[in-house]
Design a protein around this ligand. Structure first.
Ligand code: MOS
Length: 734
């Protein structure tokens, strides 16, 4: 796609174009917006997980200074549930509307929204609201404390897995469990809603991974035409999936703004953020593997049970990765879901597959031990050269290079496989590894690119940058195709007034957005060429196709004229190009996935019961990295998250009443700087042009997959304890 090869902006390490705005506080996050007359919302969360709200005593709260109104069941408009369709782009995280009835389905569910003149006044009054509940017996506490089996949510079979398992000389049948996890984005959820009475318009600032999804859902819920709802999200302090689709706080805030005729802003406190805006559900997974003595896998059966809530049907598809991970003729996956009295789960970075790979890659390691085989050799032995589920070639797969390259850098060949055999002073060294993989998808996208008479370029797309670097890669793409320096490219994202863009989710954004941006850039350049070759133009009379593009100028016949000159000579302020891109027929011919490998060293000091991840060496194959510095940063961040998943993180629900007991970041432990190991990430560079013209498959999620099982496998090597329950807290090693 290179118009000016000497530039090579795409694929080059590029500092974030929004870095200065973020560092100087100019980046406008949702909470940075203040509107005239703005009120503040503060939700009141239910303190029980299962029962009914019998009464709300509001007098004391209403009498507090600054309180303007208190919304609740009985004082809330009649709204419409969103149809909640992915296809129509109106998916929501929880279909139940706030205050819909007086039933309580989970601890933290909103029973009221206090609206006051200041945040402090709203919060103070929220604590004076006195709800009276009737707690009901039989709260479902979560699958860790239940032997319920849930209901069917999908299955897949090829070959004769039961039969092959029965005949296999070496078998493994183990169950793996993991605690629910919280996303803990740095920026909590926040909504600022404004109802413009004069033109009956709802304008909402939201920290969201999908402005168009939220717009469409709000339009359905408030029964407004889509064009009268606007959603804005210029900057987002990450989301990891819990900002993909709208949650009830946004509906309640928008309703308050319309009822009161004043803008209302609600910023969720951390506790409520953890109770009410999703989680990666706990899972219980049974893996049955059958192998020949030489390690050939003859059967894989993967049965998964994951939690959902009482108000939704979220499926965390753990087996989705198992169907194509290894070359094996006999494979079955079964998925079940169990409704529990917890907040509704939602996608969390590499949803389903990251949980699934914990079980599968742990089981593969256990099988290697049973076979007395090197786990790396076992994986290569069962390498899937093509997609065994669909029988199609991979567009581009270099998992073998990942495995071998990372092993080399890690020094895997020097590993002594005997348990606790590698000792350094007081510490026992454990080394483990696992494969990583994540699907590669694309969504439709539209974009607009404008070349201006001052020589700058504006690129606009209604997608959003959740902190991953979308602003920068859009600017790189435009700079690459126009030869305009990246500093002169302005990128506008995060508004539904812009051409419709995709979710920032599923690691699909790069592959979805950049082809549309490239198409719009080419369209703008074509418009400029038409101007330049028209009457009075710098290249009047020449064929537009004969013009080249170089460094922000058009060139032909040894002359050049800058974009700015061409527009000035025709007295034009700008020319604009539109571009659209969508996945095509490529999926009929190829399967698209990204791949990787993690090698982990843990150090276990039995004298003081200290377990640390000391070293992680990873190789990742995601096609082309548009901005290697941001791409590496994604993988490093994902590895940090994987250390949390492996050793620290878990939502604790009281088994007696299903209440969440650690909805805060002191009891819900996430890794901190002191937990950081040496991290060595290699990005392989095999552009996947079958996927799109950029060759990029996307990189947000893959880095997390495989980290936790590699840690668990290393812990086994160090201690001889096979821990099949995450997180691997120190108590489990005693
Ligand atoms: Mo990701 S779970 O799609 O943010």
């Amino acid at each position: 796609m290179s118009a000016t090869p000497e530039h090579h902006v795409v694929g080059r390490r590029t500092p974030r174009v929004d870095g200065e705005a973020k560092l100087t506080g100019h980046a406008d996050y949702t909470v940075d917006h203040r509107l005239v007359g703005m009120l503040h919302g503060y939700p009141v969360p239910a303190s029980i997980a299962h029962g009914r709200l019998e009464a709300l005593s509001l007098d004391a709260a209403r009498a507090m200074p600054g309180v303007v109104d208190i919304l609740h069941h009985g004082h809330f408009p009649d709204l419409h549930r969103s149809p909640n369709s992915m296809r129509d782009g109106d998916a929501v995280s929880e279909v139940r509307l706030p205050f819909e009835d007086n039933r309580i389905h989970y601890h933290g569910q909103y029973v009221a929204l206090v609206v006051a003149e200041t945040f402090e006044q709203a919060r103070a009054a929220a604590f004076r609201v006195a709800p009276r509940y009737r707690q009901e017996p039989g709260a479902m506490p979560g699958l860790a404390a239940s032997d319920a089996e849930g209901s069917e949510a999908g299955e897949y079979t090829r070959g004769e897995p039961e039969l092959a398992f029965g005949l296999a000389p070496v078998i493994l049948d183990e169950t793996y469990t993991m605690a629910a996890e919280s996303h803990v984005p740095l920026e909590p959820h926040a909504t600022l809603a404004e109802w413009r009475e004069q033109d009956q318009r709802l304008v909402v600032h939201e920290s969201t991974q999908g402005v168009f999804y939220q717009r469409n859902a709000l339009a359905r819920i408030f029964d407004l035409p889509e064009e009268r709802v606007e959603v804005i999200s210029h900057y987002i302090g990450s989301g990891f999936g819990n900002k993909l689709f709208m949650w009830p706080h946004a509906v309640a805030t928008a309703a308050a703004a319309r009822m009161l005729g004043r803008p209302v802003r609600t910023v969720l406190p951390r506790q409520q953020d953890m109770m009410t805006t999703g989680n990666r559900p706990a899972s219980r997974q049974r893996l049955r593997l059958g192998a020949e003595l030489d390690g050939t896998l003859v059967s894989i059966q993967h049965d998964s049970l994951t939690e959902t809530s009482m108000v939704d049907h979220y499926v965390d598809a753990c087996g989705g990765v198992t169907t194509s991970a290894y070359a094996c003729d006999n494979v079955a996956t079964r998925q079940r879901i169990l409704p529990v009295h917890h907040g509704t789960p939602c996608p969390m970075r590499a949803p389903g597959e990251v949980s699934g790979l914990f079980a599968l890659e742990s089981a593969i390691d256990e099988l290697a031990v049973a076979l007395d085989m090197d786990p790396l050799a076992l994986r290569l032995k069962n390498y899937a050269d093509q997609d065994p589920q669909r029988g199609l070639p991979w567009s581009s797969k270099h998992l073998d290079r990942c495995l071998e390259g990372a092993a080399e850098r890690f020094g895997w060949a020097a590993r002594d496989p005997r348990i606790a055999s590698m000792v350094d002073g007081d510490e026992i060294i454990g080394q483990g590894m696992a494969s990583a993989t994540w699907f590669a998808g694309r969504q439709p996208c539209a974009a607009r690119v404008t070349l201006l008479a001052d020589g700058t370029v504006v690129a606009a797309c209604g997608t959003q940058d959740i902190g991953t670097g979308t602003y920068t890669i859009v600017a790189q793409t435009v700079a690459e195709l126009t030869g305009v320096p990246i500093e002169r490219v302005e990128v506008q994202l995060g508004e539904t007034s812009l051409p419709a863009g995709p979710l920032s989710g599923g690691s699909m954004n790069t592959a979805s957005t950049l082809p549309a941006v490239a198409a719009a850039t080419r369209d703008a350049l074509a418009a400029l060429k038409a101007v330049a070759t028209g009457p009075g133009g710098d290249f009047a009379g020449l064929a537009p196709e004969s013009l080249g593009v170089e460094s922000g100028a058009l060139v032909a016949e040894g002359r050049q004229a800058s974009f700015a000159e061409i527009l000035a000579h025709r007295r034009l302020a700008d020319v604009t190009g539109e571009g659209n891109a969508a996945p095509g027929d490529e999926r009929r011919e190829y399967s698209f996935r990204s791949f990787g490998a993690h090698f982990v060293e843990v150090r276990w000091d039995p004298g003081i019961s200290r377990l640390r991840v000391a070293r992680v060496v990873s190789s990742i194959d995601v096609g082309r990295a548009i901005n290697p510095v941001a791409a590496r940063n994604q993988v490093e961040g994902a590895i940090v998250m994987g250390i949390g998943m492996g050793l620290l993180e878990g939502l604790d629900y009281d088994p007696r009443d299903a209440r969440l007991v650690n909805a805060n970041v002191s009891d819900y432990r996430i890794p901190v700087h002191a937990d950081m190991p040496e991290i060595d990430v290699e990005l392989l560079d095999y552009p996947d042009y079958r996927f799109n013209e950029l060759g990029a498959r996307g990189i947000g999620e893959i880095g997390l997959t495989g980290v936790a099982p590699a840690i668990a496998n290393a812990v086994y090597h160090a201690t001889g304890k096979r821990l099949r329950d995450l997180p691997i807290t120190v108590e489990k090693l005693l």
